[in-house]
Ligand binder design. Structure first.
Ligand SMILES: Nc1ncnc2c1ncn2[C@@H]1O[C@H](COP(=O)(O)OP(=O)(O)O)[C@@H](O)[C@H]1O
Ligand SMILES: [Mg+2]
Length: 421
């Protein structure tokens, strides 16, 4: 079976996760290298400091190289820029004066026309995702090949990013000694790794709640309906706790992970049971209920923002009318999906049955990846395996990377004398 090496670098606001894998034609993945390091210089999914961001990418890739003994030169880069825009578009092509069966060449022609869409000069195309075909007057065709038609229309979902943000992130990768095979929006990547085709057919919403952003993608009839990135995430929850309880951010982060239980709504004992007893002046006991109350307020807000995106998308007349559009409910990914009891609150606010999305089991060095926080990282590998890129012809290959790669590889060689570099 044909195998190829794919490298994914998931650049989040809290971590950079680099994965190197063997991917075969069946999308079966064997992880051979993994490097997870804290990210720096990334704020709400955007580069805020090029030196820091490129250094954290470099560190993470270097670890993946160390664990695999391979060198990484080209990567699929996952981003969650909070300033993306998305829209629908339609490309039309003629099939023939006399109706004839649609061929592969016609489909490719339609895709080419779709990718040549005019977008504002200051933006770049990130994704052009085919949603459905219309053959003459027959709408909702999934695979037009072999069907007779005079004319074919291809509906696509287009995602764009400001040129400046695109350049900043590509610059970081180049500075870290990496060429970019393609950029992938994290919430689309997560959808690839955790959504089941039955769910995307029925209608489903994915919310990837990371540290600085919440990425949303929604599907109906197997088609992508909506992508959005909100500039809120787990960092706000931590900050709320820190300010609300008057404690340092590090302690708030720990309390959030260890003592939050949003499902235990009316537990009479929760009030009596101090989560921790802190000896800072003026802090004293911290009750679990206070922790959960503060967190719940922010989770409520994030979920209401998700709902407002969905309501806008389906143009529903009443607040809950959109619920019937998504019978498969909502799937939560990202580190914040691990928040104790978040499923219950998400369900209560959105009205959608909710589950946490864990990436599929894979062979190799994959133990750590069996967590919602890595849904996007695994998804980027899957997108890489499928060559997601054609619309990103604006991405330049960086010349002069050789020295930077050699420099990185040299350090790996010193650390991994047995490596096949
Ligand atoms: N067990 C947990 N409970 C609550 N929040 C968590 C937990 N684990 C991670 N998080 C939060 O998830 C966020 C990081 O999620 P992640 O998807 O890795 O972010 P990013 O991709 O933006 O770097 C952080 O805000 C972190 O505090
Ligand atoms: Mg993320």
């Amino acid at each position: 079976m044909k195998q190829r090496m794919v490298a994914a670098v998931d650049v989040g606001s809290s971590k950079v996760c680099s994965l190197l894998a063997n991917v075969d034609a069946e999308d079966s993945i064997q992880i051979v290298g993994i490097g997870i390091t804290p990210s720096a210089g990334i704020h709400k999914g955007l580069v805020a400091d090029i030196d820091q961001a490129s250094e954290s990418i470099r560190q993470s890739v270097r670890r993946a190289e160390q664990t695999s003994g391979e060198s990484i030169t080209s990567v699929y880069l996952g981003i969650s820029a909070s300033n993306i825009c998305s829209q629908g578009n339609r490309a039309s092509v003629s099939v023939g004066r006399n109706a004839r069966p649609v061929r592969q060449g016609d489909v490719e022609r339609a895709l080419k026309v779709a990718r040549e869409i005019n977008i504002p000069e200051e933006r770049r195309l990130l994704h052009v995702i085919p949603t459905q075909y219309t053959l003459d007057t027959q709408i909702g065709v999934q695979d037009p090949k072999g069907l007779h038609a005079f004319r074919m229309d291809l509906d696509t979902h287009i995602v764009t990013i400001p040129q400046s943000s695109a350049e900043n992130i590509t610059k970081c990768a180049h500075k870290a000694g990496l060429n970019i095979e393609g950029l992938v929006l994290q919430c689309l990547a997560s959808a690839q790794s955790v959504l089941h085709p039955d769910e995307t057919d029925a209608g489903v919403v994915l919310a990837d709640i990371g540290a600085g952003t919440t990425g949303i993608s929604a599907y109906k009839n197997g088609n992508l309906l909506l992508t959005a990135v909100l500039p809120v995430g787990g960092n706000q929850i931590t900050r709320d706790l820190s300010v609300g309880l008057g404690i340092p951010v590090e302690m708030a982060e720990q309390l959030k992970k260890e003592h939050c239980n949003l499902a235990e709504k009316d537990d009479p004992d929760a009030n009596e049971e101090p989560a921790v007893k802190v000896n800072f002046d003026g802090v004293g006991k911290i009750y679990k209920k206070d922790i959960s109350d503060i967190i719940k307020a922010r989770v409520d807000e994030i979920m209401k923002l998700v709902v407002s995106q969905l309501v806008q998308q389906v143009q529903s007349q009443s607040y809950f009318a959109y619920v019937s559009e998504f019978p498969a409910g909502m799937v939560l990914t990202g580190g914040t999906a691990n928040l104790g009891g978040i499923r219950v609150v998400a369900q209560e606010i959105t009205g959608l049955p909710t589950r946490v999305g864990i990436p599929p089991a894979m062979s190799g060095l994959a133990d750590q990846l069996h967590n919602a926080a890595y849904a996007s990282s695994v998804g980027i590998l899957l997108c890489g395996g499928k060559n997601w890129r054609q619309e990103q012809s604006w991405i330049r290959s960086e010349t002069g990377l050789r020295d930077k790669v050699l420099e990185r590889v040299k350090t790996v060689r010193q650390l991994v004398p047995w490596g096949r570099i």
